[in-house]
Design a protein around this ligand. Structure first.
Ligand SMILES: [Cu+2]
Length: 766
């Protein structure tokens, strides 16, 4: 049912669409430098209080859609008569690793490099120091220049020892991936009924290299999946294949990226959030170390077989570190400061399943270590037949069906079209047995609250096994999940064996949200199944169909049958509790709304931000002054590795919620200021915490193994881009390490990186 029927409503709808078009036009004009922030002031569109768009510009004016309350603030996205559950859910695009070889050349410049196979076409072996170092030494040498533009270095990683891969030989990369980020391939659609996306509406990853002679120039969907394992360090080379002309973006998105491996335990040079974005034509080598946390402190001799990775042949490779710190469901996404929401929404993301001895992705292998969680058994590790990634997000489309993003509203962006693995409300065929689902909230601002419903609308019970990729100590039986904020991952096991062939089950979002600040209401499952005109994202987003046979994705050609036994287990103990101890120090970090424009003192953003942006959010450490994000400003300093700290994260506002993300280390959730904590969170490790309106959360955290410049921020990426982010400096305290000193701030440009000395704020004390 379409909600607008009267003539007045049709006029309002047209006005709203005009407003949307006008806003899109302004976004575009600013993005290509045709108008400036000063122009917006002059025209009365921008005030100290923020953007005051009106007179045909404010598509967010409530009067424009009083009849509907559509959360995008504009007319609903067209669906081109597409019905839900009429297309198959795509499985993620599993990437094939390439074996890297250590270069044993006598030439000291290349000895110790990691070479890609010749067939890959990669002529630059992976190297401890960035090729920017070679460029800086001799800028006139064309070998190390950007081959597309002829300007600047070929690699975006900053030059010198500080941005060299930390502990290179200890975590020498054994496998490599080469991927390119760029315009979407022709005829890519979110549903067969939808029009094909224009090349620059969607920018995603594809396998292979694309600069100067690559063979795979287009981005692809569904997003990628990489299967990693402890003990096998990875080198991922990312080419930026977006248009050199930044105006070729179909209205949103910046052609610069830094690729953040969300909470992987990596050196800051590979964290993808150290102000190290790179430009079209260049690559950036990320060393994804697979380091198990506490390596320098616990199980340093790698004698505990629970701290391990699969060796591919039924056995294990032990690694140093604490088995309680094992990670599982991870993801990777753009982190270009001030443009993260644009770029992630546009498709700059993928998933990463991390495999370990206990969580091996093999449900039959019995060695006393393997938990045998639902997955499959055709492969030694990393079976995906019954272990399924679900990237759930909300999209919006303009009236021609092109992906649309309105970056004016600093409250956040909500879409009205549910996507799972970037397909519109698909179906997925399952056998009547146990499945593991790894659910990622990949929305920019929307939270979810998922339940499962059978065809009669009854709740289907399931088991919660991991939060943000961290196994819980004991599996938790549930009938509805907690709220799930941006970037949060929930792993659940669903047992479909109670169903008969032909039955269906739906994954249902029960959380009503009409703006980017905070969810509006938690609905009952029945209410949610009925849907609401206020928010089209309420209701089912994915349908499971119980069938008698499914083709294997692990070994193509093999068929899995319902008649086969289900050997998988959900053991009553999955891991052990990390003890809560008296901390070395405590900190209080307050997230608040700003009292106005908090741009840098010189009126500049570091790095550069869109001219129209206002900064409504701030972060304050230990009462030492509220600041909005500036990459050249350190707000929190960790003096050395290994100190256990307790942090209290506070939300100074009742009108919103913020999912706060800490990079690099997880924290154990200790309390929420006396308020109830769900079992899925209490004493469990996480890397994103919803603060709740006026809420606070206390976590135990420690840092180890690597150092450099990291960040913590709101993972509502629109808030993040509105400067709700702070820089942390981690010092290793290891003599001889460049990370014993404050990291100079890299300032990337198409001509190369220039370093500046960061300001250290009073709160950045130990
Ligand atoms: Cu926020």
């Amino acid at each position: 049912m379409y909600f607008l029927s009267t003539r007045a409503s049709r006029i309002r709808q047209r006005e709203a669409q005009n407003a949307r078009n006008n806003r899109a036009e302004i976004v575009r004009a600013i993005s290509i430098g045709q108008i400036s922030r000063r122009d917006l002031y002059k025209w009365g569109l921008l005030t100290a209080g923020g953007l005051a768009l009106k007179n045909g510009l404010s598509s967010f004016a409530p009067s424009a859609f009083a009849d509907g309350g559509v959360p995008t603030g504009t007319p609903r996205s067209p669906l081109f008569n597409a019905q839900k559950f009429t297309q198959r859910m795509p499985r993620l695009a599993v990437q094939t690793p390439q074996m890297l070889a250590r270069v044993t050349s006598v030439d000291p410049a290349s000895a110790g490099d990691a070479a890609f196979p010749a067939a890959s076409g990669e002529t630059f072996p992976a190297r401890r120091l960035s090729y920017h170092t070679d460029f800086t030494a001799n800028p006139s040498n064309p070998q190390f220049r950007n081959p597309i533009t002829g300007r600047g270095p070929v690699e975006g990683r900053p030059p010198g020892e500080v941005f060299a891969h930390q502990r290179w030989n200890e975590f020498f990369p054994q496998v490599g991936y080469v991927m390119s980020w760029g315009p979407i391939a022709p005829n890519t659609r979110f549903h067969p009924n939808f029009p094909a996306q224009n090349a620059n509406s969607v920018w995603t990853y594809s396998t292979g290299r694309t600069n100067s002679g690559g063979t795979n120039p287009n981005g692809t969907l569904p997003p990628f999946l990489i299967k990693g394992r402890y003990g096998e360090p990875i080198l991922t080379r990312i080419y930026n294949n977006t248009p050199v002309d930044r105006a070729q973006n179909n209205g949103f998105g910046r052609n610069e990226t830094q690729f953040h491996f969300h909470n992987a335990h990596n050196g800051a040079e590979s964290d993808g959030a150290a102000n190290t974005h790179h430009f079209p034509g260049t690559f950036y080598d990320y060393r994804w170390s697979t380091t198990l946390a506490r390596r320098d402190k616990i199980n340093t001799q790698a004698t505990d077989p629970r701290a391990s990775g699969p060796n591919g042949n039924g056995g294990l490779v032990n690694v140093a570190g604490d088995f309680r710190e094992i990670q599982g469901t991870m993801w990777v996404h753009d982190h270009r400061f001030f443009f993260t929401a644009d770029n992630v929404y546009k498709g700059n993301l993928g998933m990463f399943d991390m495999y370990s001895g206990p969580d091996r992705g093999n449900e039959v292998l019995t060695d006393g270590i393997n938990l045998r969680l639902p997955s499959g058994s055709l492969l030694d590790f990393g079976n995906l037949d019954f272990d399924v990634n679900l990237i759930v997000s909300d999209a919006a489309f303009d009236q021609t069906g092109q992906l649309f993003f309105d970056i004016f509203d600093t409250d956040g962006f909500l879409g009205d079209v549910p996507l799972v693995n970037f397909a519109y409300a698909p179906f997925f065929e399952v056998l009547p047995r146990k499945y593991r689902f790894r659910i990622l909230n990949a929305c920019m601002s929307r939270f979810f609250k998922f339940a499962l419903a059978d065809s009669s609308g009854n709740a289907v019970p399931f088991t919660f096994i991991a939060n943000d990729g961290n196994l819980v100590v004991n599996p938790i039986p549930l009938t509805i999940l907690d709220q799930q904020g941006n970037g949060e991952r929930y792993d659940i096991v669903v047992d479909f064996s109670r169903f008969r062939i032909g039955d269906t089950v739906k994954l249902v979002n029960t959380l009503l949200q009409v703006d980017g600040r905070v969810p509006e209401a938690e609905l009952s499952l029945n209410q949610a199944l009925r849907g609401t005109s206020e928010d089209p994202m309420v209701g089912p987003v994915l349908q499971f169909r119980i069938v008698s046979q499914v083709p294997s994705v692990d070994v193509p050609g093999v068929i899995n049958f319902a008649t086969q036994a289900d050997p998988s287990l959900v053991p009553s103990i999955l891991t052990q509790q990390i003890p809560i101890v008296t901390p070395v120090r405590t900190r209080r970090i307050e997230f608040a709304d700003s009292e106005g424009d908090s741009r840098g003192a010189n009126g500049q953003c570091i790095p550069d931000c869109p001219a129209f942006r206002q900064f409504p959010w701030t972060v304050e450490v230990d009462g030492q002054g509220a600041h909005s994000m500036n990459a050249n400003r350190i707000q929190l300093l960790i003096p050395k590795a290994g100190d256990i700290e307790h942090w209290t994260l506070e939300n100074d506002g009742g009108g919103w919620d913020h999912p706060i993300h800490l990079h690099f280390e997880e924290g154990v959730t200790i309390n929420r200021g006396g308020n109830p904590i769900p079992a899925t969170e209490l004493f469990i490790r996480k890397d994103v915490w919803r603060l709740r309106p006026d809420g606070s959360v206390t976590i135990q955290v420690q840092f180890g193994e690597y150092g450099g410049s990291y960040v913590s921020h709101c993972h509502n990426t629109v808030h993040e881009d509105a400067a709700m982010l702070m820089r942390l400096q981690l010092l290793t305290g290891v003599p001889g390490s460049p990370q014993t000193a404050i990291t100079q701030t890299p300032n990337p440009s198409p001509d190369g990186v220039v370093f500046t000395t960061p300001e250290i704020l009073p709160g950045a004390t130990a």
